[in-house]
Design a protein around this ligand. Sequence first.
Ligand code: S3P
Length: 168
Amino acid sequence: MKLFLIGMMGSGKSHWCKELSKKLKCGGYDLDFLIETSEEKTIAEIFAEDGEEYFRKTEAKVLRWFAEKKIFVLATGGGTPCFHENMQWMNKNGKTIWIDETIEVLVERLKPEKDHRPLIKNLSDDELKDFLSKKLEERKQYYSQSAIHLQGKDINLKTILQFVRSEM
Ligand code: S3P
């Protein structure tokens, strides 16, 4: 079982990664955390000091550490599927699950969290909504390639597990 959780920032990928890995008794990993550990910098510092292009290269490199791993759940970053053919790679190397929360939910969750998120840290609450709507539109072409697509009431542990098991 190799599960890649994808979706917008604030969609709950890290939360569902913890829940799923606990239930499936396998390793649960967070791509941003692995990048921070390997670079010995926070994501915000990498964006500020090295730029987004460097971050995206590092993200693609760290993602590919999972080529050899057999059983895991990985929470990816919101932009992971959209760069360096990562979506294609994840679909070849495991099952992708798109956690697709509404813009309203994302805005409420991200409002108090802007400071350590480089892409949204300078936005007002109104700008945040516009930014997320535009990003989601841009990213849908990648997210929609996922093997499993979960929305609204389907985003709960029982349903996620049912989908995962039906795909095995
Ligand atoms: C990003 C999302 C972040 C992180 C980086 C870029 C994005 O991850 O990788 O700030 O492009 O949407 P989360 O989705 O875990 O917040």
